[in-house]
Design a binder for this molecule. Structure first.
Ligand SMILES: Nc1ncnc2c1ncn2[C@@H]1O[C@H](COP(=O)(O)OP(=O)(O)OP(=O)(O)O)[C@@H](O)[C@H]1O
Ligand SMILES: [Mg+2]
Length: 192
């Protein structure tokens, strides 16, 4: 990779946002610009400037957002968070989820059905059967929020949503934002 040119101001803004998040005020940052202008590189430089033991860095890719599943970026984030690999079978995935949630806070086990359903192909979870699709969606976002809030109490989380379609930005506050960025120390970076 070539030497970074400029972007000191943008990096300083990101550091400011992280500092505010560390102080308990979660931040949402939109990084918008033409293809190739350096959005991903800026995030790369920001991540490289941080002590990896001080932040949890989670990236979700939104390619296909709105076409297939609105949960696509959440899947990436969950896979990273629970160290789930491509070859893992449903049982292994469930075990990683169970252990991960238990480590974070045993009281959070109520969110496991939503996480299981998101991440495994095992079809509908027993515990969610009686819910309407809308209720299930709410439960899913609630689970993500619970998880992020619990995790970010340990150390700040930076959640990056790469290639979020611009059209999705205005629609987000009501769902994804609500799930990720309510009172927590979670800065969320969006790159479109
Ligand atoms: N400030 C910079 N100094 C040096 N090189 C840069 C800088 N910003 C970006 N680049 C380089 O330019 C190329 C494109 O940047 P990058 O991939 O970050 O763009 P992008 O905005 O994320 O594009 P896309 O919208 O296609 O995802 C990369 O090779 C990157 O390393
Ligand atoms: Mg990019």
């Amino acid at each position: 990779m070539t030497q970074i040119v400029g972007r000191q101001r943008e990096l300083a803004v990101l550091h400011d946002c992280l500092a505010r998040a560390e102080a308990g005020r979660g931040q949402v940052v939109g990084i918008v610009g033409e293809a190739g202008v350096g959005k991903s590189r800026l995030l790369y430089e920001f991540q490289a400037s941080l002590d990896p033991s001080q932040v949890t860095w989670l990236t979700g890719h939104c390619v296909g957002y709105g076409q297939g599943t609105p949960y696509l970026p959440l899947l990436d984030i969950l896979r990273t968070n629970f160290q789930i690999e491509d070859g893992d079978n449903p049982l292994q995935i469930q075990e990683k989820l169970r252990q991960g949630v238990h480590q974070l806070a045993p009281a959070l086990e109520g969110i496991l059905p939503s996480l299981r359903e998101l991440l495994t192909v095992s079809g509908e979870d027993e515990a969610l059967k009686h819910l309407s699709p809308k209720e299930k969606q709410q439960k899913t976002f609630e689970a993500m929020r619970t998880l992020t809030v619990a995790g970010s109490q340990r150390r700040p989380h930076v959640v990056v949503l790469e290639r979020l379609p611009r059209l999705a930005l205005p629609a987000l506050p009501s769902d994804l934002w609500a799930s990720l960025s309510r009172p927590s120390s979670t800065p969320t970076m969006v790159s479109t």
